[in-house]
Structure formats: structure tokens, C-alpha cells
Design a protein around this ligand. Sequence first.
Ligand SMILES: [Zn+2]
Length: 464
Amino acid sequence: MDWIKLAESRKAELVSELQQLIQIESVLDPETSSGNAPFGEGPLKALQYMLTIGEQQGFTAKNIDNYAGHLEMGAGEELLGILCHVDVVPVGDSWTHPPFKGEVVDGKLYGRGAIDDKGPTMAAYLAMKMIKDAGIELDKRVRMIIGTDEESGFRCVDHYFTKEEMPTIGFAPDADFPLINAEKGISILDFSQKGNIVEDEQIIAFKAGVRSNMVPDTANAIIQNVTPSIEEAFKAFLQENSTEGTLTNEDGRYIITMKGKAAHAMEPEKGRNAAVLLSKFLQNIVTTKASLEFVSFMVNTFDEDHYGSNVKLDYYDEMSGHTTLNPGVVLFHQKRGGHVQVSMRYSVSYPFEEKITEATQQAAAFGFALDVASNSAPHYVPEEDEFVQTLLNVYRKYTVDNSKPLSTGGGTYARTMKKGVAFGMLFPGEPDVAHQADEFVVVDNLVRAAAIYAEAIVELAGKK
Ligand SMILES: [Zn+2]
């Protein structure tokens, strides 16, 4: 079967259906959410749209309490799942194309959701239609599972899988080609300063970040009882570190703001942590015990080291790379001392208990207690697995790209399945415009992805 040619011949239909889906503003909306529309009217309409067109094409459609739904074809004991989502993140600013239209300019289709995840959903949907229309016999059931809350917590599929069976194998067209078979574990660690804090600490307050999953781009502190030479020192520090900040004196107290650069916690090296920078500055300024202990801990643990070597949390493995730490929420309170919330993205083979025990001892030596606030296990399907090999081979056939499977520090939709991987549809070298202004998908890539998905489905579920 020449899937490319077939997909090419249905390009107009693909584009038109994607445009209709993009025109539904399926952003999570608490205003219109109700028992009947758990994530608001938009996400529900997008789900209904998919189920309606799918049913018209002859797929078995099922709506699971308006949380999620599926379109199914084929027959057999085993189930191949294709996990997609039709909710989108809010629009944001700086668009030069209408975000809910699906305008095509120079071969690119623009709109919120174009690449995440409405475009890939439509590519997979076309793949299913092509297989159905070609009358290819399947000895597995093939089910597109459509979620409506991927962007804000996976409540859609969590609910779905309480009512519906778990696919035997599955892929999520919601990330990168060739495929992602290793997703790191995600744990939130709390470091709290121990010991008695006296009231005349030089740091009165320190505050940076609101969520552990972002690198804080601003840090603020109020300090007292320090020498006026701090003003000169601050200027010099900003220059040496080529960063920006402000320092003002109010009734003998200094109010300091330090700028950094935001990034996602799974890639802390792409940002610049403002809390670490401010701690680094204060390390040469403050002398009272708890204040100095706090900023020293910040610098020793997190400055120029995203791997946590100083607290012995560092770890590396071949299949998923380094364990990384992001101190995303950093606080010091005059009476309660320091508190640092860290998002740790840990390698697939991380010996969790052992490392945490070691780190707890090490942190104690720095005056800090360590608690695990939450922990989501890593997700991994071995590269040698036949399922992974099948997907890789199909992808390679259509791209002549032999790159290795990928790992991620983020959580993809694939981790909700027992044996699932993320499979496309961003091709290597393409800019990742998900969640950004002027999000787009290259129309020819939609066609190519549809062909790849069709062949992969037949390889995995076709009658042998
Ligand atoms: Zn997505």
C-alpha cells in the first residue's frame, strides 16, 4: 500500500477537518464546567466533534461521561490504543494569525492545537480511515482514545481507564519522532532548614518561584543590618554575572530583586535560576547563622550543578540520561528559616529509596531536613521490545532517519498506558511551537505522519 500517495489524495479532507477542530475553542474553562461538561463547553464540543465525524465514518464511538471517548475499528482479543487529546492551552499574546481559525500560509496551518495535539490527532484519524476504507483486515481492535484534559492534569484519561480497558500496547501521537520510550520519574522534594532561628537574622524574607516545575525568573529578598557597601557590591555582582536586578534602601532595610530566566523544570539548564543568583550574591553579604546557612545551602547544592551532586542525588543511566534538580520554590522566613521545593526528574533506573536515604543524611549535614512530597514513577519500554522496534522501523522507512529513541524529563500521555510510547509527530529538527504564539503544523508533515501511522497500525494490528 502506498500510504503517502493515499494520504496525499486526502489532504483537502485532512486540512478541512483539522480546521473545524481548531475552530472549537477547547481551552479548560471553569466558568462553563459542570457535571455534564467536566472541563467546560469547549473541550466537550471538541470531543463530540471527533465522536460525531468518527461515527459517520463507521467507527464504533463511545463517550465516557464527557471526560474522554474513543473511536474503534477491528476485532480481536488484543487492543491497540492511540492516545490523543483535543483540549488546548490558552492562547496567550503575540499571535499574528487567528488562533482559532486554521489559516494555511506557505504550507503551514496555524492555530492553537495545530501541533499539540489536534494536528497529530487528525493525522492518526486519517490513518484509521485509510485502513478502514482500504478494507484491510485486522486481528486486533484499534482504538483512538480522545482525552479532553491532557493539558491540565490527565483527569480525562484517569477517569477513562477506571471505566475502560487498558490497551495491550499503545502510542501517543503527542510528542516527537522517532519515539520516546523513556520518561523520567518526577518527584517533588522538600528541603526545610532545621534548628532554632533567632529573630535578628539578616535575611528578613526571601522569596522566589511559585511552582516547582518552573525555573524561577525573579527572586526577592529583604535584608537588614548589613553594611552600606552592599550597594557597590550589588552593582559589581550584576555586572560580573551579566544579569539585572534592583536594590533599594527603605528605613535601613534593603529590598533586593534579582532577575534570571524561566525554563521548564525538566530542562533547568535552559534557564537561569534567580534564587540561586540571589543566594550567591548574599553569600558574601550575610553573616548571621541561619541566613548564611540558607544561602550557602542554595549555592553549594544548586549553583552550576543541575544534577544534585552535593546532596548525593546525582545519577545517570544510558536510557534516560542525568537526573536533574530544579529548586522551583525558594523561601526564607525570619522565624521559620529556609524552605526549598525541588522538582527532581530522575533517571529510569534510579535507586530511589537508597538515593533519598543518602541525600537525607547529606542534607542534614548542611542543616536541612529532606521530605519526599510526591513521587511519580518513571515510564519505560525497552528499545529491544518488538513493539518499539516495529514503530522505529516504520518511521525509518518513511524518513531515512536512523536516530535513536528519545527520553524525556517531562511526562507525556504515553505514561498513562501500561505499555505505551510517544510516537510523533514532531520530526527531528523542526521547531517545537507547542504552547507558543503562532503555533503551526506543516501540512506535508501531517500527510507524512498519517502515512506513518497507517503503516504502523497495520504492522501492529493487521492480520498476519
Ligand atoms: Zn499534548
